[in-house]
Design a protein around this ligand. Structure first.
Ligand SMILES: Cc1cc2nc3c(=O)[nH]c(=O)nc-3n(C[C@H](O)[C@H](O)[C@H](O)COP(=O)(O)OP(=O)(O)OC[C@H]3O[C@@H](n4cnc5c(N)ncnc54)[C@H](O)[C@@H]3O)c2cc1C
Length: 337
């Protein structure tokens, strides 16, 4: 019998997405259930992302982590104890790079932001480089079709991709949600972000701690990854504003980089071999769903989670993952009893 003919793997829960929300949920669910996580990316982390371009290293998604709830503060404290997170600076960065105390620590990955996700993924069954093509309904569960023409079957599915991507998977699989769920999910909206990763031929000229936060004009945020402690060589991450990103979404990379560098005012120029543009179509939330997760009506156990639910950012994603795990554990526990 060929591998294609053998029965599909049958975990009780398939989690789509190995970002903060998916990994948080998978860790909690794995204590009681057989869980498999699939992610289309080369590595875990999703928007908690780090990239190497030559000898330069860039955090190019989330830049820092803040804690506003005691639940999440405890998690970050555990990451600090494990040596994967550390304080970057205290306070709010201004347009000129000065720091205005607001009582909140900005945490960074001790080495990189993605190392935090790698730490979260330890001991969990995660398949990277595995893109889900569709999610189809079975009589008592779900078939998760993968792009390589294989599939998984599970009693429950947790969708943690940005909501429009999760909805596409269900549409392709012919799954209809209740009108209330569809309306709630379609109300979620994201802003895009063009991120230029630029290795420099000398110091950036930014002052410690190594960031500016402009929020208007072409540049929203810029960070010096060397001052941050991520890169051994000068390397800046420049995040464009949502407005600039929309206007230049289809522009060639060199145009995007030239426009952003013109506005950046750096002390050194780009290295020929060290420029990359990341297009985050679903970068940050413009409209969130009020609850920490959404349990779909009238279908086998299907839950939506991610930073779109309850609150944005890494903290929101973590709390949403935990809420989704609790909801799924209760649905599966009911099925067992
Ligand atoms: C430019 C930028 C700057 C940011 N800055 C900050 C910041 O400073 N502080 C902060 O707290 N937050 C910041 N954020 C937001 C933060 O990164 C996110 O809120 C958080 O990482 C979201 O986690 P998540 O698990 O909800 O989603 P994601 O990290 O997006 O995870 C979803 C996962 O689903 C996977 N996926 C999608 N479709 C499929 C498919 N078909 N098959 C398989 N896998 C799939 C993706 O590959 C991804 O790994 C920033 C984000 C961006 C983009």
């Amino acid at each position: 019998m060929s591998e294609r003919d053998s029965p599909p793997p049958h975990p009780r829960v398939v989690v789509v997405g190995a970002g903060v929300s998916g990994l948080t949920a998978a860790r909690l669910l794995s204590e009681s259930f057989d869980v498999e996580v699939v992610d289309k990316g080369r590595k875990v982390g999703g928007r908690l992302a780090t990239r190497r371009v030559g000898d330069a290293t860039f955090d190019h998604g989330a830049q820092f982590i803040t804690t506003h709830t005691s639940e999440f503060a405890e998690i970050v404290a555990r990451w600090e104890q494990a040596g994967v997170a550390t304080s970057w600076f205290e306070g709010r960065i201004g347009p000129d790079g000065s720091v205005d105390t607001d009582g909140h620590t900005r945490f960074r990955g001790d080495a990189t932001m993605r190392d935090i996700a790698e730490h979260m993924a330890e001991g969990i069954d995660v398949r990277v480089f595995t893109r889900v093509a569709a999610v189809e309904r079975l009589d008592s569960g779900w078939r998760v079709r993968l792009e390589d023409d294989t599939h998984l079957e599970a009693e429950a599915v947790l969708l943690t991709a940005p909501v429009p991507q999760s909805l596409d998977l269900l549409t392709t699989g012919g799954v209809e949600l209740s009108a209330a769920d569809a309306d709630a999910l379609q109300a979620v909206a994201y802003d895009p972000c063009l991120a230029a990763l630029v290795a420099l031929d000398g110091p950036s000229g930014l002052a410690p701690p190594g960031a500016i936060n402009r929020s208007t004009g072409p540049i929203d945020w810029m960070a010096d990854n060397q001052l941050k402690g991520v890169s051994t060589t000068p390397a800046v991450t420049i995040h464009a504003t949502a407005e600039f990103s929309r206007t230049h979404w289809e522009s060639p990379d060199d145009v995007v980089v030239a426009e952003l560098l013109r506005s950046a005012g750096l002390s050194s120029g780009p290295r020929d071999d060290g420029v990359y543009v990341q297009r985050w179509r679903y970068a940050r939330l413009a409209t969130t769903h009020p609850e920490r997760c959404l349990v779909a009506d009238s279908v086998p156990p299907l839950v939506f989670a991610g930073d779109a639910f309850g609150g944005p950012k890494v903290e929101g994603a973590s709390l949403s993952g935990a809420a989704a795990a609790e909801a799924l554990a209760s649905l599966l526990g009911r099925a067992d009893s």
